[in-house]
Design a protein around this ligand. Sequence first.
Ligand SMILES: *Cc1c(COP(=O)(O)O)cnc(C)c1O
Length: 428
Amino acid sequence: MTTQQNSLEYARECDRTDPLRGYRDRFYIPPAPSGDDSIYLCGNSLGLQPKATREALEQELADWRNLGVEGHLQAKNPWLPYHEFLTEKYAKIMGAKPHEVVAMNTLTVNLHLMMVSFYRPTAKRFKIIIEGNAFPSDQYAVKSQLEFHGFKPEEGLIELFPPLGEDTLRTEDILETIEREGAETALILIGGVNYYTGQFYDLKAITEAGHRQGCVVGFDLAHAAGNVPLRLHEWGVDFACWCSYKYLNSGPGSVAGCFVHERHAETERPRFAGWWGHDKESRFKMGPDFHPIPGAEGWQLSNPPILSLAAVKASLEMFDEVGMEALRAKSLKLTEFLYSLLEGEEGFKVLTPREPENRGCQFSLVVFEGGKRVFEALTEAGVICDWREPDCIRIAPVPLYNSFEDVYRFAQIFKSEVAKCRHLESKL
Ligand SMILES: *Cc1c(COP(=O)(O)O)cnc(C)c1O
């Protein structure tokens, strides 16, 4: 006998047979007001704490306590090359070669560092193409770069918007804009997965279209890293930046990551330099001339915060063990289940594209009536998700630690609250 597809039994059955089921226990799930585990669907904003993080941090605290400065070379995980312990793991997640990735700084800082090198406008070619309503930090970064080079954002910024009446961008429109504006465009900088709608763009097609027009193509992968499969090297992306505290579960404000394609490894492009980007052999000769390490590491500025990198390391070890393929497989199954639970219901719409290749695990739900009330009711019921004015609830069932039962329970509460609000509105 098969259990009914949309039932709690079905969800539990999926959890029982889930090859990744053991991973949930390797995270701390914040408690709900009831004292039970909350239904945590906010991994798109801040990923949960792996239990392994504490031990990783304690290792570094102990080595600092016991070794002092000697820890740079003698710590169990020596601090001098510490960021290198993350390289291979990041390379796999990003679809990159090891020398194309580096853990450093924070996301917006890296966006600026990359633009210093890769946004080199001329009088004829100075525009930047971004998504309309991009994440505010990206908008500020891009506008300030335009202004820094003496251009007005009104002249230099080209924003991509969906067709009237639609919620997400059409790939053909993006490509058409690139073709039309390409000759005057210096840089295309788009989020890999849009933070608001959850749309996963066709990064390969965008990169190819940009390169045909002679533009540099970079991506902000804040919502893509650890969420969707990436092949940055193969797609030929020039550079990319991401943070580690969303799907990568490395703790609030933790060290970010950066990708620079190997064709730029020995670039003559200008950059802002610091000693950690200097050739490793001669770094401690303390000479006055900067010789960059070939590859992404050459953009490092400072010796990195080891306590933060330790948290990244603990988390990436888990990603390495699971692999993005298994994560994506579960992610697709979880989100399909959520779709099937929400389909045919009224009072809200899903902004996120239906097709799996156009989304990761985030769902953006626009509630037509009383969205804020629905959100508050969800919170009271122990669901942790997020609210974006004026009407959007974002949730992300994360394959590492969310269960099919989480998804089922969310959908039940959500549907019943939406129905209550519609009932109230119809009475008013
Ligand atoms: C989360 C996020 C940021 C945050 O930037 P920080 O520099 O890490 O504070 C920036 N851009 C996008 C697209 C994001 O999703």
